[in-house]
Design a protein around this ligand. Structure first.
Ligand SMILES: NC(=O)c1ccc[n+]([C@@H]2O[C@H](COP(=O)([O-])OP(=O)(O)OC[C@H]3O[C@@H](n4cnc5c(N)ncnc54)[C@H](O)[C@@H]3O)[C@@H](O)[C@H]2O)c1
Length: 293
């Protein structure tokens, strides 16, 4: 019997779908009868991922920092698969370490992808959803956006902004048929946490657990999703206990050093992958155009 909470048949576009949480989400959605369109800046990786998923999965190039790329991605998804019912803004990078050691270009890249990509996605997808009077935007933020972790300053700031953007969009577009979900995973075993030790109290979760939670939220149109769910209760209680107790608790569980005591050797491949220098060069703007917008 078909459940009321099924999302079967929906077309779901997932950014950063080539690996990690995006790929695990695609698997869970395919198992639930959705069609998925994976977009990723790493075309070879996303094509291999979609091929591994089998029929129902499509791969496209996407750079979430580029409006034109996002428009082209959604247009190609609509043409090849069908109008996008759900957009999962999942693409993200996590540079970590002491803030004053972070190169400005690295911080800008994290802001452009984590926050800019999410804003670009909503700007690109919402007009068609609003015109249809139905749709769903799922923004993947992080528990880091609700709970300060030293060594994750820029990352946490981008994720706090995504939480705020999702809530504001929910209010701005209320009553027009479009749902908004904010997903806040804790440490999840993907490349992003390479070389980190996690915390002593909350065990790292697997990307499949986050993917299953996102698939369930798409079916139920749930507003806030914490993975693991218990972290949500902790995050909500934290403001009540005060900063001093919060900081002592974070120290007791090792969260105060989680992004500072890092095995750089184990992390090198990830840091190289996300380095601004590894991004294909963009076309230079014509003379005189720079700075006019
Ligand atoms: N892993 C965790 O511990 C964790 C915890 C909380 C939140 N998150 C968030 O979950 C999301 C997915 O992270 P993950 O752990 O699966 O990371 P991941 O590195 O395994 O996957 C991220 C994917 O995004 C793609 N990507 C990067 N820049 C892009 C761009 N400009 N355009 C399109 N695609 C781009 C990468 O190529 C990669 O395939 C991120 O937003 C991350 O911040 C992760």
């Amino acid at each position: 019997m078909r459940s009321e909470l099924t999302s079967s048949g929906r077309v779901v576009a997932i950014t950063g779908g080539g690996r990690g949480i995006g790929l695990a989400t695609a698997k869970a959605l395919l198992a639930g009868g959705c069609r998925v369109v994976l977009g990723d800046i790493d075309l070879a990786v996303v094509e291999a991922a979609a091929a591994g998923l089998g029929p129902g999965a499509h791969a496209l190039h996407l750079d979430v920092t580029d409006d034109a790329s996002f428009d082209a991605f959604l247009a190609a998804a609509a043409r090849d698969v069908g109008p996008v019912d759900v957009l999962v803004n999942n693409a993200g990078i996590m540079p970590i370490g002491p803030f004053l050691d972070e190169a400005p270009a690295t911080a800008r890249r994290a802001v452009d992808i984590n926050l800019g990509g999410c804003l670009n996605g909503m700007r690109a997808a919402l007009p068609a959803m609003l015109a249809r009077g139905s749709g769903h935007v799922v923004n993947v933020a992080s528990v880091a956006g609700r709970s300060p972790v030293p060594g994750g300053l820029t990352y946490a700031a981008t994720k706090a902004a995504v939480i705020s953007a999702t809530e504001t969009a929910r209010v701005e577009f209320a009553g027009q048929g479009v749902a908004f979900t904010c997903v806040m995973p804790s440490f999840t075993n993907t490349d992003i946490v390479a070389g980190t030790k996690g915390t002593r109290f909350v065990k790292n979760v697997e990307p499949e657990e986050v993917g299953a939670a996102i698939a369930a939220a798409i079916a139920s149109r749930r507003k806030d999703v914490y993975v693991p769910a218990a972290v949500g209760a902790i995050v909500k209680l934290t403001p009540l206990i005060g900063r001093r107790l919060r900081d002592a608790t974070n120290k007791a569980i090792g969260a105060d050093r989680a992004f500072l005591d890092v095995d750089q050797g184990a992390r090198a491949a990830y840091e190289n992958r996300i380095a601004p220098a590894s991004v294909p060069p963009q076309l230079e703007p014509p003379p005189g155009v720079d700075g006019e917008r």
